[in-house]
Ligand binder design. Sequence first.
Ligand SMILES: Nc1ncnc2c1ncn2[C@@H]1O[C@H](COP(=O)(O)OP(=O)(O)OP(=O)(O)O)[C@@H](O)[C@H]1O
Ligand SMILES: [Mg+2]
Length: 584
Amino acid sequence: MRLQPQFLSRLIRCGLYFIYPTYAWVTAVICMTLVALCEPMVPALLQPLLDKGFQQDGFPVWLVPVALIGLFGVRGMGMFIGQVAVTKATQTGLLTLRMQMFQRLQDASLNLFRQQNASALGNTLVFEVQIGAQTLVGSIIGTVRDSLTLFALIVYLLYLNWKLSLIVALLIPSVAWLMKVLSKRLYKLTQNTQEATDHLSYAVEETALAHKEIRLHDAQDMQIERFRQRGLSMVRLALKTTVANAGITPLTQLLSAVALSAVISIALLQSHENNMSVGGFAAFVTGMLMLVNPIKHLSEVAGPLTRGLAALERSLDLIHEVPVESGGQFRSDRAKGLIQLHNVSVRYQVDLPLALDGVDLTIEPGQMVALVGSSGSGKTTFANLLPRFVSGYEGEIRLDGISILDWQLTDLRRQIAMVSQTVVVLNDSLAANVALGQIPDREKVMECLLAANLGDYLQSLPQGIDTWVGHNAVSMSGGQRQRLAIARAMYKNAPILILDEATSALDNESERVVQDALQKLQQGRTTLVIAHRLSTIEKADLIVVMDAGRVIEKGTHQSLLNADGVYANMFRLGQSGQSTDMVL
Ligand SMILES: Nc1ncnc2c1ncn2[C@@H]1O[C@H](COP(=O)(O)OP(=O)(O)OP(=O)(O)O)[C@@H](O)[C@H]1O
Ligand SMILES: [Mg+2]
C-alpha cells in the first residue's frame, strides 16, 4: 500500500497519543508476528501430508493432530493475547486524548461555547473519539497483521515457485490505486456525517431543554419534522458512504480473481513441464487462496482508516486549534477593589450595534454602584467584562490600577463573586455547589445557606447539605436557585461582588431577608448591583443610568432626583404605579 506523505503525517499526529504503554504494543507486535508466521504453516503442513502420508507406509499418524492442534493453539493464543494488549493500549491512549480535550474545555477561549453547542462537544468527547480510536487502531492493527500474513505467505510461495509468485505482485499496485481514489471521497463523506450527527443530537438536546415550551406551544410536530429532516440527511449520507465503500470489495475481488486464475492456469500448465509434486501443487494453491483474505482486508482498510482518522482529527482540532484564554502575569491574593473603566466599548459582532459605547466610570473600593437602564442597555455586558467573560473590548479596564488583561486569569476571577441573571447549578451535592471548586467546609456552607435564607429549604431536605441537587437543580424553585447562588457568592468571600438581578426571582418577603444578608455581604466589598428594585438602588453610593450601551446619567439617588433627568422620570413613574420597582 502506498500512502500519501500528508496522510502519513496525519496518521502519526493521531498515533502519538496511542504509543503508551509500550509493553502492550511490544506484546501486540510479537503476537501478531506469531499469528502471521502460523499462516503459511497450514499449506506447509499440507505438502508432506499429501506427499508422504498417502504414499508411504509408516507415516506417524499421531503427528497430524499434534501439528494441527499445536499450530492452532499457538495461533489462537497469539490472537487472544494480542487483542487484549491492543485494547489496553487503545484505551490508555483514548483516556489521554479525552483528558486533554476536557482540559482544553476548561481553558478554551469562551468563543468555543458560542460556536459549538453542548451536544456537539459531547459528541466529540464521548462518541467520536472512541469510535475514531477504535476504528483507527483496529484498522492499523488489521493492516499490520494482514501485511505480515501476506508477506509470510508470499515468501513461502516464492520459495515454492518464484516465477508464479511474481504475478501476485501485479495485484498490489492496482489495489493501492483503487484505495487512493475511494478513500478521498470517504473522508469527505465522514466529515459530513459527523456534522449531521451533531445536528441530530442537537435536536434531541433542544427537545430536552425546551420540553415545556414545545408542549405549551404545540410545537411537537415542528420538532418531529426537524428531526426527520436531519435523520433523512443521515440516511442519504449513509447510502453514499456505503456506495463508496461497497464498491471497493467487488472491484478488488475481481482483480484478485484475475490474478488467481492466471496463476492457477499457469501452475497447471507448468506442472506438466517441471514435475511439481501433488503435495507441492496443493500447498501452492492453498497458499494462493489464503492470499485472498489479507488482500481483501487490506483493500477494505481504506474505509475504516479514513473514517477513524477523520473522527480522531476532529478531537485533535479541539486540542490544537481551539484558542486558549490568555491572561497576564500580574498576581494578587486579594484585590482592594478599585475598578476603573476608560472609554470602554464592546461590539459582539461586526454587524451588530455597540453593546457598550464609550463607558467611563470609576468605582472606589468598598463602594456600592447600582446600574440601571432598560433591557438590552448593556448592564449584563458591563458585569461580564470584569471577569473577562466578554472576549473583545476597546478602551481600558483596570482593577487596582492594573489592566485586567495583565492580571492572571485565575487571580482576577478569584476577586469576583457573581450572582447572575441565570443561575447554573452543577449536578452535585448542595454543599459542593455552594463551595464550588473548593472542598466544602461544612460549617461555613451551613452558615452561608442560612444567611442566604435557605434554612427552611435545607430542613426539608432528607440529607441536608449532602443532598444531590440533580441536573441543573430542576427540583429547586427559581428563587431557591437564586439564593443558592447568593450562598455561593458568600462562600467565595471575594472582594468584588456583582449582583445581576440577584433577587429578581424572589418574592417581597424573601427578598427582604436576602437583602439583609446581601447587605452584610456587601460590607467592605466593592459591589456592582444591577437591579430594578428601588429599595436596592436608593442605597447605592453611585447610580449609573445606562441607555443603548452609553452611560447617560450618574450620581446619588438624591443628586439624580435633583437633576430631574431620566432617572427622576423613571422614579416618578415607578412611584405613581405604587410599585417597589423602577419603571425601566
Ligand atoms: N453574546 C452576545 N452576542 C451578541 N449580542 C449580545 C450578546 N449578549 C448580549 N448581546 C446584545 O448586547 C446588548 C446588551 O445586552 P445585555 O445583556 O448587556 O443587556 P442588559 O442591559 O443586561 O439587559 P437586561 O436588562 O434585559 O438583562 C443587547 O442588545 C444584546 O442583544
Ligand atoms: Mg442583563
